[in-house]
Every structure is written in structure tokens, then in C-alpha cells.
Design a protein around this ligand. Structure first.
Ligand SMILES: Cc1ncc(COP(=O)(O)O)c(C=O)c1O
Length: 448
């Protein structure tokens, strides 16, 4: 009754309140649902609505973002974000390199630069790829604002609405989002312990061809996959390339974590691109995990004429990558700092992986399984069939620990009994405390 009276009183004043933006301001506490209900009823159509493109209408904010907010509440130990360890960022080194570069070459480095990227950085990238078995010419590399931009460019160049893309299931949310934004249809192919299920990949392609729908490309993360941590075996990498040849597919290979193996051999992490003799593989690299994500620097490698097209598209997005930041990375590499830094990062993340895996062994109840990755940032957890990790998420947040629900990593969100834990961001003792809380939540959840 009180609520009704309150509502009526409010309705009389509501257009005034709405105009004053008052309803927006009230978001917490008792009665706010009433404000929100009323506000959404009276909200006038914005002048831009109705003018949006079909593409824009298809872009959706995800459930994950709302859950991320829950995981950021005070006191919550979050294994949700895949944020690199901030303590490892090379702040000191970057500051001294940047101040010298600005003093000595400020006039050039604060100017626009070549759209394709700085030539010296391209040389550094070629050298680093060369060590990993990838031999490409200088015109076969494009510097981009992070591998994420490379994913968007792949979608922009290859995908018309309704086109089919094959993805590992599960796969990186940022890639799924980029492909979805161009109204592609994503078809997931299940992952096994050593990479994608090749039989399923072939059956999926055959099935699609039978329906007259030819997939454009297969998107894969062979090294320490996000979200599962899986290292794809070399046999399977060869198998992927072989299938791609047979069915005339492109392969988009995302190697964001390729340098972060914990004792893996060069051979084990050798990219698919290293075997590509015909320009079928578009390779994406990133400095986000080995320098810092805030510098927004990555690259693409592929056939020269295709890279020319990527360059045209990229130039209209952001003109050029930052000359200053590119020069900084060149210096960090030339001083030998970057190589040393990567060795340190491997140790930091290896130790955190160990802390997470040993805590999971200690605290998780029977019936729960997880991956034990050989590199990268992530552990993938499977709870018994029929249970929903979203329900566990809420119980975990009550106990002040958080993760990302796994369904978000599937194009159709169909698999519910999985979730991702990141071990990259928290120190060992925090990981142990957090996994202790998660074990408690999981035990309560599974016995309930
Ligand atoms: C598999 C994968 N690809 C690409 C990216 C984005 O990388 P960047 O920061 O270079 O855009 C990430 C970031 O988490 C990732 O996990």
C-alpha cells in the first residue's frame, strides 16, 4: 500500500524529476526500484535511437560486465579479470626510456607516424617472430593497437552479416564479441586436452558445406588458450592447417600468450604460422602480456597484399599506432630488457599457477576438475554435469571470492558447468586465501 501511494505521488512529479535527471541519480537503496520502474516508463526516446545501424543494434552489453561489477566489490578476491600482474609492469625502465626519447626525438615521436607501424618496431617484431620459427618480410607485418584490434580488423575484412566463423568452444570473449559485432554466426568446435577436437572440426565443416554455408575462417589460440589454458599439440596444429587447406579455410591464429610458457620447449609452442607456406594463416601477436596492456600495442602478420588491405582499414580507425610507444618498445627490446623481463614474468606466473593448482587440490571437493596449464594466465574448472556455475558464482561472491562463469566463452552459452580462474593478478598468499573461500563455497553449493 505504502509503495502504491508513494508511486502515485511520484508519478505526478515524475516528468520534472526525470528531466532533472533525478531518477538516474537514485540507484541504491529502498524505493529505488520504484524510481527505476517509473523512469523507464517515462524515458523519452533519444534523438539518436531509431537511427542506429542494424550492426549497432546487434551489439550487446554482456551479462559478464554486470558480474564483473559484483566481483569488484570491496574485500572480494577476484580471479575474474585476466589482468597482468601490475607489480611486474616496467614502470621505472619505461620512464627512463621515454624521457630520453622525448628529449632526443620528441619532435618526431609526438608527430603522426606511418599507418603500418614504425619500421624499427617491425624489425623487432620480425626478429622476435623469427625466433619462434615465423619468417615473414617487412611488408607482411602491420602494427596494431593490441591483438584485439587485429581481431576487429579480421572481422571487418572477412565477415559479411550471416557469414560463418569456426571458433574453439570455449574461446576468448573479446574475439566472440568482435565477430558478433559484424553479425557473423559463430560455430563452436569442442576443445580437448590437447587442443580442438579435429574430428569434430571436420564434421562441422562438412555439415556446414552440406547446408551450402562455407565458413570463412577458424579462429584458434594454440598457446595457453584463453579461457582453458590449453596448449595445442603440434600434431593438432598440423591437423588444423591440413584441414584448412583441404576445405580452403583461413586460420586466424591468436598468440597473445605464446611467450609465457612455464618450461615448455620452443618446439611445443611453435605457432601454426611457422608451418604456413601459402599465406593461409593470419597471425596475431601482442605486447600486452609481456610489456603491459596499457601501451595498446600488438601486430598482425599475413600475406603482403592482405596486410595492405588491413592497413587501409586500420588507417581509418586510428591513423597510426603511437610513435612514442613503439619507439619505447624498440628500446626495451634492444637493451635486452624485454628478454630478461619475459624470463621474470614466466617465473612470476609459474609460481602463481603452482599456488592456484596446489590450493585447488587442497580445497576443492570430489567431482570438480580443473586444467593445469603449462603457461599463460588461466585455469578452467568443471563442476559436475547439470550444475550451473552462475549459481555457484553468487555463493562465491557471498564468501568474497569471484571468477568468470564459463558459459560466456561459448558462442551459444550452452555449457553451464564450467568457469575460468585467472592466476595472473593476485599474489600467492591471496590466491591461497581465495581458493580456500572458493572451496568452501563449492562444497556448500554441491551439497545443497
Ligand atoms: C587470447 C587473447 N587475444 C587477444 C587479447 C587482447 O590482447 P591485446 O591487449 O593485445 O588487445 C587477449 C587479452 O586478454 C587474449 O586473451
Amino acid at each position: 500500500m505504502r509503495r502504491k501511494v508513494f508511486s502515485i505521488a511520484l508519478k505526478d512529479n515524475v516528468s520534472f524529476l526525470g528531466e532533472q535527471g533525478f531518477c538516474w541519480a537514485l540507484t541504491e537503496g529502498e524505493g529505488c526500484d520504484i524510481f527505476r520502474d517509473i523512469h523507464s516508463n517515462i524515458r523519452r526516446k533519444a534523438v539518436w535511437e531509431g537511427k542506429l545501424s542494424k550492426r549497432a543494434l546487434g551489439m550487446k552489453g554482456s551479462e559478464i560486465r554486470r558480474l564483473f561489477r559484483l566481483s569488484m566489490q570491496p574485500g572480494v578476491i577476484s580471479f575474474a579479470g585476466g589482468l597482468p600482474d601490475p607489480g611486474s609492469f616496467p614502470g621505472e625502465e619505461a620512464a627512463s626510456v621515454l624521457s630520453r626519447l622525448l628529449r632526443e626525438r620528441g619532435e618526431v615521436l609526438l608527430q603522426y607516424g606511418p599507418a603500418r607501424g614504425d619500421e624499427e618496431l617491425v624489425e623487432v617484431i620480425r626478429e622476435r617472430m623469427g625466433r619462434r620459427g615465423i619468417d615473414v618480410g617487412p611488408r607482411e607485418v602491420l602494427v596494431v593497437s593490441g591483438a584485439q584490434q587485429g581481431l576487429d580488423l579480421c572481422a571487418k575484412l572477412f565477415l559479411d552479416p550471416g557469414d560463418v566463423v569456426l571458433v574453439e568452444a570455449p574461446s576468448f570473449i573479446g574475439a566472440l564479441g568482435a565477430f558478433r559485432n559484424y553479425q557473423a554466426e559463430m560455430v563452436g568446435v569442442p576443445m580437448e586436452e590437447d587442443g580442438v577436437d579435429l574430428g569434430a572440426l571436420e564434421r562441422t565443416v562438412e555439415g556446414l558445406l552440406g547446408e551450402g554455408r562455407k565458413p570463412k575462417f577458424f579462429y584458434t589460440i594454440p598457446n595457453f588458450q584463453n579461457p582453458t589454458g590449453t596448449l595445442t599439440s603440434q600434431e593438432k596444429r598440423r591437423g588444423v592447417l591440413e584441414l584448412a587447406r583441404r576445405y580452403d579455410l583461413l586460420v586466424v591464429e591468436d598468440d597473445a600468450y605464446g611467450e609465457l610458457g612455464f618450461g615448455t620447449s620452443d618446439q611445443e609452442v611453435r605457432p601454426i604460422k611457422a608451418m604456413d607456406g601459402e599465406g593461409r594463416v593470419i597471425y596475431l601477436g601482442s605486447f600486452s602480456k609481456i610489456v603491459s596492456p596499457g601501451i595498446r600495442l600488438g601486430w598482425m602478420a599475413g600475406p603482403e597484399e592482405l596486410i595492405d588491405r588491413f592497413e587501409m582499414a586500420k588507417q581509418m580507425l586510428d591513423v597510426c599506432p603511437s610513435p612514442l610507444i613503439q619507439a619505447m618498445v624498440v628500446e626495451l627490446h634492444r637493451k635486452g630488457f624485454l628478454d630478461e623481463h619475459v624470463l621474470n614474468l614466466r617465473e612470476i606466473y609459474r609460481s602463481r599457477r603452482d599456488a592456484m593448482v596446489s590450493s585447488l587440490r587442497r580445497h576443492m571437493p570430489q567431482g570438480v576438475r580443473w586444467t593445469e596449464p603449462l603457461g599463460g594466465f588461466y585455469v578452467w574448472v568443471t563442476i559436475p554435469e547439470g550444475r550451473d556455475a552462475l549459481d555457484l558464482f553468487h555463493m562465491a561472491v557471498e564468501r568474497k571470492v569471484a571468477f568468470v562463469i564459463g558459459s560466456a566463452f561459448y558462442p551459444d552459452e550452452s555449457v553451464r558447468n564450467v568457469f575460468r580462474l585467472s592466476f595472473c593478478h593476485e599474489r600467492e598468499e591471496v590466491i591461497e586465501e581465495g581458493i580456500g573461500r572458493l572451496g568452501e563455497a563449492t562444497r556448500a553449493f554441491l551439497s545443497g
